[in-house]
Design a protein around this ligand. Structure first.
Ligand SMILES: [Mn+2]
Length: 470
């Protein structure tokens, strides 16, 4: 994918929106480009001048432009990027955008328990990731306002799937399949769901359309054995031989130390037995089950990683099984995305928008910005030797070089070779204040975004200077 200036990027992400009026489309692209240049949760922080700010509010509050339409364009752009991949991981996970609503007068739903009183909108996102672990974009997002307070839980067994939040997971997966069948029909999704996904309606549908899935098991489910007897998942697994230890790269996170975890792995094919608690009907489904358990590498104060994984991928070879564990580890990327979206770079929860529809529109634009930041970060780590021109436009590379090296930029600019992605990204991070000392790790999305902000200003200066000199 050719990234480029914020304007080109915004056009690619949002230029496909099916809006009735071309003026709204032009404004949407402008608003997204500016959000990419100066990401922040508050609209007032992103747009410095009055006219631009009024323009942005106009778009966000207009009834002619829905969050759905804005999202659809981004999902389409994502699917088109996926089209050249044989398969992509697709991490699905829930989150919420909570905002301050002290007077309880905003048009929002409840988050958490009634007692906590948080207000906002809930969302499930599907983030696609390449086989190497680089985010490609969001294939779908499903938003809703919760109207029923959480205390209704006690009647949950009596409600149909369509009435439960499980349905939102099903919808997110279905919309991901749809956008792929339209724009990337050759590419398979490999869904990755955490324990919230261990519900029979999801397991039943997860392989529709020939797509693949891995769902982390939450229950020690009942298993039907070949001889007609019954057993339980973990009892069957305990009898399987462990395959050689797999070394899993664990990225650091606020509550997780970066390390190479040694994972002992067992795998087995089983027929699960489900029961619908409302209708008491039974279903069965054959799945492959992998149990991966960290052995001897867990830092003090942390729990060992232990994943019980249900999948439709083969488990014939050690490589097959390792790939399943590797794939599930890619689910961490959606947690990184949520962090960048909500707290790190975009701080979407600081938005002061009053209606759910405006908040969803704004959060959708910021979601695209957050994925872009995550993508640049991961790409420079996973594919460091690619030319920087794969991700940055020529004028951006010039701006990065000038900002990083000042007067001695000349020799870098005159060198015939385009810098690698790893070099350009490091320079960008250094412009953003990265020294490598505080964290010890590679540049994160916060320093990169700070760098991008400065580069955006420099790009405009360079472009204007060239025009004046011409
Ligand atoms: Mn989750």
């Amino acid at each position: 994918m050719k990234s480029a200036t914020s304007a080109e990027w915004a056009h690619r992400e949002f230029g496909q929106a099916k809006l009735k009026d071309a003026r709204w489309l032009a404004r949407l692209v402008l608003v997204a480009a500016q959000a990419a240049r100066r990401p922040a949760g508050k609209v007032t922080e992103v747009f410095g001048n009055d006219a631009a700010r009024q323009g942005a509010y106009g778009l966000l509050e207009s009834e002619d432009v829905t969050g759905e339409q804005v999202g659809a364009s981004m999902f389409e752009a994502c699917a088109k990027r996926c089209a050249c991949e044989e398969f992509v991981f697709c991490a699905v996970d829930g989150s919420s955008v909570t905002v301050t609503d002290l007077n309880d007068d905003k048009d929002l739903g409840s988050i958490g328990t009634r007692k906590q009183g948080a207000r906002g909108v809930k969302v499930i996102s599907a983030l696609t990731i390449t086989a190497k672990g680089v985010p490609l974009g969001l294939a779908s997002q499903v938003w809703w306002k919760r109207t029923t307070p959480s205390s209704k839980r006690k009647h949950r067994n009596r409600r149909r799937t369509e009435e439960k939040e499980i349905q939102r997971w099903l919808d997110t997966m279905e919309r991901s399949r749809q956008v792929m069948s339209q724009h990337a029909p050759q590419t398979r999704l490999w869904f990755q769901l955490d324990r919230e996904g261990d519900a029979w309606p999801i397991l039943q549908n997860a392989d529709l359309g020939g797509h693949w899935f891995t769902i982390r098991g939450n229950h020690n489910r009942r298993v039907l054995l070949k001889d007609g007897r019954q057993s339980y998942l973990r009892d069957v697994l305990a009898k399987q031989p462990a395959v050689p230890l797999y070394e899993l790269q664990v990225p650091g996170a606020p509550k997780r130390t970066a390390r190479v975890a040694k994972m002992a792995v067992r795998a087995c094919t089983m027929t699960l037995d489900f029961r619908d608690k409302r209708t008491h009907k039974h279903f069965s489904k054959q799945v492959n089950v992998v149990l991966a358990r960290e052995q001897g590498t867990t830092p003090a104060g942390e729990k060992p990683i232990e994943w019980l994984l249900l999948t439709n991928r083969p488990i014939a070879t050690v490589e097959d099984i390792n790939q399943i564990v590797f794939g599930y580890a890619q689910r961490w990327r959606i947690e990184d995305f949520h962090r960048t979206w909500k707290s790190g770079t975009c701080r979407v929860e600081e938005s002061q928008l009053r209606s759910a529809e405006a908040l969803i529109k704004w959060a959708t634009i910021l979601a695209a910005v957050a994925v872009r930041a995550e993508r640049i970060k991961l790409l420079s780590r996973k594919e460091p030797d690619r030319p920087a021109s794969d991700e940055f436009s020529p004028v951006e590379i010039r701006a990065i070089t000038v900002l990083r090296f000042g007067k001695s930029a000349k020799k870098h600019l005159e060198a015939a070779q385009v810098p690698t992605l790893a070099q350009a990204t490091l320079w960008l991070a250094q412009i953003g204040g990265y020294t490598g000392k505080s964290s010890g790790g590679p540049p994160g999305s916060v320093t990169l975004t700070r760098g991008l902000k400065e580069v955006a200003v420099a790009v405009r200066t360079l472009e204007a200077t060239e025009e004046i000199c011409d």
